[in-house]
Structures are given as C-alpha cells and as structure tokens.
Design a protein around this ligand. Structure first.
Ligand code: G3H
Ligand code: ZN
Length: 278
C-alpha cells in the first residue's frame, strides 16, 4: 500500500480534498475504515494529545496498521502535538504524520521548534509527513457559545517564511476557520482569497483545521482555492453523542456495548461520508 506522502501527491490533481477525522474510541475508527474500504480513498485518522493519552500511542498505531494490512487505506496522524517528546513518541510508534503545533509560541520560536521537528523526522523516518501551523483558531473540538477570543489569521508573509525556513511538508494556516462549532450555527466564513494567496505563495499542501460547522459551499470553495486536507472532529462528536443518547433511551435495559455503539458508528459514518462526498 502507498505511503501517506504518496497518497497526498496522488490526490493532488483530483479537485477533491483528503479528509482527516479524529477518534478516541472504536466506533469512529470502524466508521472511517468502512468509508475508506467502500470508497477506496485514503482517510486519515487523527489523535490529539488528549485522545492519544486515552487511546494509547501504540494501540492507535497498531489499530490503523492492522486495517492497512487488510488493504484498507487508513493513515494515522498525531494531531496538534505540542512537544518534541510527543513528536518523538508518535514517530517511533509508526504514525504516518505528525502536526507539530507551535502556534501558541512566539513566531520565531514556532519556526525554530518546527524546524527541529522536521530535522528529527527526516532522520528518524523519511516517510513521515510533518505539518506546521501558524495563527490562532482556538483549541477545543466542542460546541461553543461564541467564537474564541484572540483569533488571529496567518499572513502571507508569515506563511512564506515559515514554510521556507522549517521545510514542513504541509502547512495549516488560520484563514477564518475555528476549532469547535458554534451552538447557534453561523460559523464565520472562510477567507477564500487568503487561502488562494497563501497557496500561490507556499506551493505545498495546505490543511484546513476546524472544519466542523463550516458550510459545504465554503468547504468546496476552500478546496478550489488550494486546501488539500480537511480536519473534522466536533461534528463527529456531536453525532456520536446524539446517537448514543437515542440508543440509551430506546433500549434502557441493554448493557451490551456493541449493540449500543453500532448506532454511534452509523451516525459518525454518515457525517464522514457526507464530508467525503463534497
Ligand atoms: O485537528 C482537529 C480539527 O481541526 C477539528 O476541528 O472540531 O472544528 O472539526 P473541529
Ligand atoms: Zn485542528
């Protein structure tokens, strides 16, 4: 099976994005595997530091590897990794990609730390894909009452310098996207013109984080402007929770986990499939 790096290049001319879905339990993994198997398209599963602490770094890696051995094009990303040590753990465990997220650091420090991560990754495993991030889009994949304070878009100048000096494979800009999803809907619009300018300037695959709550039209426009990979988490979590609430209410005496979890898997799968159809 091709590496994630090759899957990203192969997807380049298709006019479609690759999709990244987070997980912290089996229903989402099974849903993503179902989608990858049925569509034949690469799907990236991600675990943030919190999700990784819960699932286990090696367990996550073994799980995805076991699907790959069966011919299912699933890949694994160490999402929003904030320390060098956790980057090292993920690469050692065999993750296909790592996001070093130094976006909370002062810009110069973010460049220096990301560069260090890229140098280490090249030495440890040349296949692993490294993503860097600049700007602020909030931190939580949850339902929000308001847009997080302090949102800061990435400038074209920052993007150019960051990509040139760090040598990252993929770049995650802040372009009006936010982590999480607003309670009343009305997610801020994506800055499509900024995506296009950054893409023209850096010419490497761009990643859109925080895609929960954005309209289909906005996401399609983002792909048209140069986004290669889209991250979704909160919408999956909401679908999971709603389906479990309904399953518990419908079967108050059921205690067999998989008989309840199958509804969550189906609900999460429906969200994933709708996104991948965009
Ligand atoms: O890295 C994870 C994603 O950016 C998820 O964002 O929860 O807004 O979908 P989201
Ligand atoms: Zn993210």
């Amino acid at each position: 099976m091709q590496s994630l790096r090759d899957a990203i290049s192969a997807n380049g001319g298709t006019g479609k994005a690759l999709w990244h879905f987070n997980f912290s339990e089996l229903a989402a993994v099974k849903a993503a595997a179902r989608l990858a198997r049925e569509s034949g398209r690469a799907i990236i599963l991600g675990v943030s530091e919190g999700e990784r602490d819960y699932v286990g770094v090696r367990v996550a890696s073994a799980l995805v590897a076991s699907y790959r051995r069966e011919g299912v094009p699933l890949y694994l990303n160490a999402d929003h990794t904030k320390s060098f040590e956790k980057v090292r753990q993920a690469i050692e465990a065999g993750f296909d990609a790592v996001i070093f997220d130094g976006s909370a650091l002062p810009f110069e420090e973010n460049i220096a730390e990301t560069k260090r991560v890229v140098e280490y990754a090249r030495m440890a495993n040349s296949a692993v894909v490294i993503e860097g991030e600049v700007g602020y889009i909030g931190v939580s994949s949850k339902v929000l009452d308001a847009v997080p304070e302090g949102i800061e878009k990435t400038t074209v100048e920052q993007a150019v310098r960051f990509v040139r000096e760090t040598g990252v494979d993929m770049f995650a800009p802040a372009v009006g996207n936010i982590h999480g999803m607003l309670k009343g809907g009305h997610e801020p619009e994506l800055d499509i013109a900024l995506i296009r300018k950054i893409k023209d300037a850096v010419r490497i695959p761009l990643v859109l984080h925080g895609a929960s709550g954005n309209t289909d039209a906005d996401l399609r426009a983002a792909v048209g402007a140069g986004i290669s990979l889209i991250h979704v988490n909160t919408e999956l979590r909401v679908a999971w929770r709603k389906a479990l609430n309904a399953a518990f209410a419908a079967h108050p005496d059921e205690t067999t986990p998989y008989k309840l979890l199958i509804d969550a898997e189906d609900a999460v799968y429906a969200v994933m499939r709708a996104k991948a159809a965009l």
